[in-house]
Design a protein. Structure first.
Length: 189
C-alpha cells in the first residue's frame, strides 16, 4: 500500500487487490449498517457505532435530539450511504491505483472518517489515550507475529485485524488531506 500522492488534479494511492478488497468491504459494511438500521427508533438502540455516525444533536435534551433526528436523519443517512457506496465502487475496480479527483477529495475523506468512526466504536476508542494504547497493541502484535508467541499469551486476532484496518484508513486519510491542502498551493501539472 502506498499513500495518496498528488498527480495533477488527482490524488493517487496504490493498493494491491487484497488491500482493495478489505477496504472496499469496510465501506460496503458501513453503508449497509446505515441502510439496514434506517427503521430503528434510535441508533443507540441498535448499534453504538451508529451513534458515532448519527450523533445526538443535544445529548442533554432528548426531546430536541429526537426532533432534530426526525427532521434530518433520513437525508443524512442517504448522503453518507451514497458517499460510502461511491468509494466502495471506486475500490471495487481493477488495477492497483485508487484515483480520487481533488474535487471529490473532501467527500472521500468524509467517507474515510465514517468508516474509521465505526471501527473506532468497535474497538472502544473514545480518547487519544485509547488510540495510543491501540498503537502499542499493534506494535506488540507485530513483534509477536515476527517471532514465536510466548506460551499463555493470546492475541485477539479480530481486534488486531480491525486495528490494522483502522490504522491503514487513518494513514490513507492523512495522505489524502495532505494532497487536498496542497491543491491551493500548487499549479496543476
Amino acid at each position: 500500500m502506498k499513500a495518496f500522492q498528488r498527480r495533477g488534479k488527482d490524488a493517487v494511492a496504490s493498493l494491491d487487490r487484497h488491500e482493495r478488497a478489505v477496504l472496499s468491504a469496510a465501506f460496503e459494511e458501513v453503508a449497509e449498517l446505515l441502510d439496514d438500521s434506517s427503521s430503528a427508533p434510535s441508533p443507540s438502540d441498535v448499534d453504538p457505532a451508529l451513534l458515532r455516525l448519527l450523533p445526538d444533536a443535544a445529548p442533554s435534551d432528548p426531546e430536541v435530539s429526537d426532533e432534530f433526528r426526525r427532521l434530518t436523519e433520513e437525508d443524512l443517512r442517504t448522503h453518507k450511504s451514497d458517499r460510502l457506496k461511491s468509494v466502495h465502487d471506486a475500490l471495487a475496480g481493477e488495477g492497483q491505483e485508487w484515483v480520487v479527483s481533488l474535487d471529490e477529495g473532501l467527500s472521500t475523506a468524509a467517507a474515510l472518517t465514517d468508516v474509521r468512526l465505526v471501527i473506532a466504536a468497535r474497538l472502544g476508542l473514545e480518547t487519544d489515550e485509547d488510540a495510543t494504547l491501540l498503537s502499542g497493541e499493534l506494535e506488540v502484535a507485530a513483534g509477536l507475529l515476527e517471532g514465536d508467541l510466548p506460551e499463555g499469551l493470546g492475541l485477539d486476532h479480530k481486534r488486531i485485524w480491525l486495528a490494522s484496518v483502522y490504522q491503514a484508513l487513518t494513514w490513507l486519510q492523512d495522505s489524502l488531506i495532505a494532497c487536498l491542502m496542497d491543491k491551493k498551493g500548487r499549479r496543476d501539472e
